[in-house]
Every structure is written in C-alpha cells, then in structure tokens.
Design a binder for this molecule. Structure first.
Ligand code: NIG
Ligand code: FE
Length: 411
C-alpha cells in the first residue's frame, strides 16, 4: 500500500516455468524465462526475466517457483444466484427422465423460481457469496451472472441487486445479465405472449432504470421461447442499452445462432445443435460462440457443440461453466476445459484461451482483458504445475494455487 504522493510499488513475478499470455492459441504465446511486472493493479510489462529484473531493481519479488502463470479465468455464463439445489431432478434424470420432461412436470427452471421468490435479498446474498468462493479458488476472477429465477419484475430486480451488492463487496468482478426470458413462469401459464410483453414493457425498462444489467439474454429453445418472442425481448433490451446474448441451439437446432449474429449479440451460448448456417453466421460476425460442455456432460448428452468446425470457420470461441442448480452444478471452469479437450477436440491451449480471452470477448470487456498484456488488469493465477497442459489434464483436483485480483493476492 502506498501513501499519497508516493508511487505505488512494482511487483515482479519471477521464475514461472511458463507465462501463458492467452493473447492467441499459439505456442509463441507460451513464454519461458519470462517475468511479469505489475503496478497499481495492472500489468506494466512482461518479457525476458533478466531484462525485467535489471529494469526494476527495486521491485518486490513474487517467487513463482517453477509454476505456470496465466490470466485469471473469465466465466462468461452462469446462473449463480439461486436458492436450493435440485438433486431431486438429478436422481430422476439418472433414471432416464429427460431435462425438458422434468420442466414440463413443473420442475426445472420453475422449481428454482418458486424457491427463489420465497427468499430475501439478504439470504440470496449470503447463499451466492458461499457459491462464488469456490470459483475464485478454482482460478476464476470474473463471473457473469444472469437473473432468470425471479420471472417477475420485483424478483428479477432482487436477483440483480444481489449481483450488484456482491460486486461492491469484491474481490470477484461480476457482470450482470438480465434473463427475464428464461422460462414462462407458472403465473403466466398458457399466456406466453403476455409474459413476453411484460418482459419487454416493464422488466427491461425497470432493470435499465436502475442500471442493474449490461446484457439481456433469452433461452430460445423449442418449448421455451421461439424466434419471434426472442427477438421482441432482445430488441426491447437494445432500446434500453442492454446488449443481447442468447441461449441458442442448446438441445434442438432452431436458428438461434443466426438470430444472435443478426442482432449483433455479444455471444450465442450452448450451440450443442447449431446448424452449418449458424456456424457461418457466427464466423462472419462479432458474436462469440460460447460453449458450455459441462452442461451437456451433466445432462448425459452424447453430442457436444462442434468446437472444431467453429474454430476452423474463424469464430471466436469461449468456454464457460453455465453454473446453475439444474443442468450444471459445478463451479469449475477447469472442468469445462477438460471436457472441451476430451470430447470436443480442443487442445489445451485453445481451451485456456477460450476460458480467458474468449470469455472477455463474450462479455465485451476492455480490449486486453483475459490476457497478459501491458495495461491489462493484473488478474493472475499461479497453477500448481510446471506445464499448462496439466490444467485440463489433471482434472478433479484443484490446481490453482494462488490468485491475484487487480494485483492483490486473494487466494
Ligand atoms: O443454461 N438453458 C437454460 N438455462 C440453464 C439451466 C437453468 C436451470 O435448469 O435452472 C442452462 O442450462
Ligand atoms: Fe444458461
């Protein structure tokens, strides 16, 4: 801590086995004999260790002791505010009842809605704080969080206020997304279009008036919201300054990726069943393809998103956890990386870049976010391995040893 008038100290991260910049999935971005200089919560510079040590003789040294140093992971898709867990549904699915059938029986998202409506904002702050702690310990330093278990104006605002309060508390950076279009709530059964109007005409203006969200998302899927309803909600969001995101082509193909690209969405998420036209649309746009393989794994699906075809077409790919009580109860982004490598043919460096820079792009964070570059926030993870490929490979254990958020050690 520096006194006023004094320049803040420089910290020099030395002796990492590898410094992985995550600027691109290229071997040249895996630096050896490199050091990272940090000042005032930002990366000052990185480069050859001997040169940096000579240039900063008075810097405080952070000993990396032959471990891997990377940017903090950026989890760009979660539903981390919720009440109870839903292991009852997990047990049903294990006996063969599909996710959408459980939803039709009144479980699924609406089970979380009924539960969340009973809980106070304070209670949800407490529950969410407990659920974010393991994310940080697993190496995640920025988390997007969606509303969507309130599905009424007051309860949606309550969820987003929880996110705002936890953002103020730190140390994680939280990015709020309004997801009133997550499902039709029980009180609007058989009145789906009326609910869509409520989202567009009442909820979105209320959320925007309080500055509670950056993005507006919709779960577009056969049986949930169709293209017309999705467009209505996302365009209302745009008019109020909320950038679109979209749960697209998760379980059935329905043109979600194409719609996301046409609306200039920040991301199209899931894409388990994206079409060829959808792949081309994403590749030709700024819309990031956000893949959530832990969800498809947990739901027992055998088919994953076509990561290779997306990458080869030139789309920007992000990996996220989809952390939620129904379809993805793991807070681990390294686990999503493992599934990406084992099931979708991504290589470990592509997976790491997708979980850092890719997530930053999906959240439209400032240009160098999610990378180690001069000027980027000093969000760093030191991993308990000498080889970054072990981050997805040694799955099921925690490899993140220390985490820094804006230059401050938080784990
Ligand atoms: O991304 N797809 C919709 N929303 C979540 C599931 C939420 C839930 O089941 O509670 C998802 O998988
Ligand atoms: Fe989701």
């Amino acid at each position: 801590v520096s006194r006023p008038g004094e320049s803040p100290p420089t910290h020099l991260f030395l002796h990492a086995s590898q410094v992985v910049t995550c600027r691109a999935a290229r071997d040249a971005e895996v630096l050896t004999d490199a050091a990272v200089a940090v000042r005032d919560g930002r990366i000052l510079t990185l480069g050859p260790a001997a040169a940096l040590a000579a240039a900063h003789p008075d810097a405080r040294r952070v000993e990396c002791a032959g471990r891997v140093l990377t940017p903090g992971l950026i989890d760009s898709h979660t539903h981390a505010v919720f009440g109870r867990w839903r292991a009852d549904e997990y047990a049903l699915r294990a006996r063969g009842v599909p996710y959408m059938e459980i939803a039709r029986r009144g479980g699924g998202i609406n089970a979380s809605v009924r539960d969340l409506r009973q809980r106070s904002e304070d209670e949800l702050v407490e529950l969410t704080r407990q659920r974010l702690a393991p994310m940080l310990e697993l190496g995640t330093t920025t988390v997007e969080i969606k509303s969507g278990y309130g599905l009424g104006t007051e309860d949606e605002l309550k969820m987003l206020r929880v996110v705002r309060r936890l953002q103020e508390e730190g140390p994680l950076d939280l990015v709020p997304t309004f997801l009133g279009g997550h499902e039709t709530p029980p009180d609007y059964r058989d009145r789906k279009d009326e609910y869509v109007e409520l989202v567009a005409e009442e909820m979105i203006p209320a959320v925007a008036a309080e500055g509670l969200a950056r993005f507006c998302d919709v779960f577009m899927e056969p049986g949930v919201f169709d293209a017309r309803q999705t467009r209505r909600m996302l365009e209302a969001g745009l008019r109020h300054g909320l950038t679109p995101k979209l749960h697209a082509d998760e379980l059935e193909p329905s043109g979600g990726a194409e719609l996301a690209a046409a609306l200039g969405a920040a991301s199209a998420d899931h894409l388990g069943r994206v079409s060829e036209a959808g792949i081309r649309a994403l590749a030709g746009s700024d819309t990031v393809a956000t893949l959530l393989p832990a969800t498809l794994f947990f739901l027992g699906r055998k088919e994953y998103a076509p990561a290779r075809r997306l990458l080869e077409a030139g789309a920007t790919v992000a990996l996220a956890s989809d952390f939620n009580p129904g379809s993805s109860p793991s807070p681990s982004l390294p686990l999503a990386m493992t599934i990406a490598c084992s099931q979708m043919g991504m290589d470990p460096l592509e997976a790491l870049v997708a979980a850092t820079r890719g997530g930053a792009r999906a959240l439209r964070l400032p240009h160098d976010a999610g990378t180690l570059s001069p000027g980027a926030a000093a969000d760093l993870v030191l991993w308990d391995t000498a080889d970054y490929r072990e981050i997805p490979y040694r799955y099921g254990v925690r490899l993140a040893r220390h985490v820094w958020k804006r230059g401050r050690k938080v784990v």
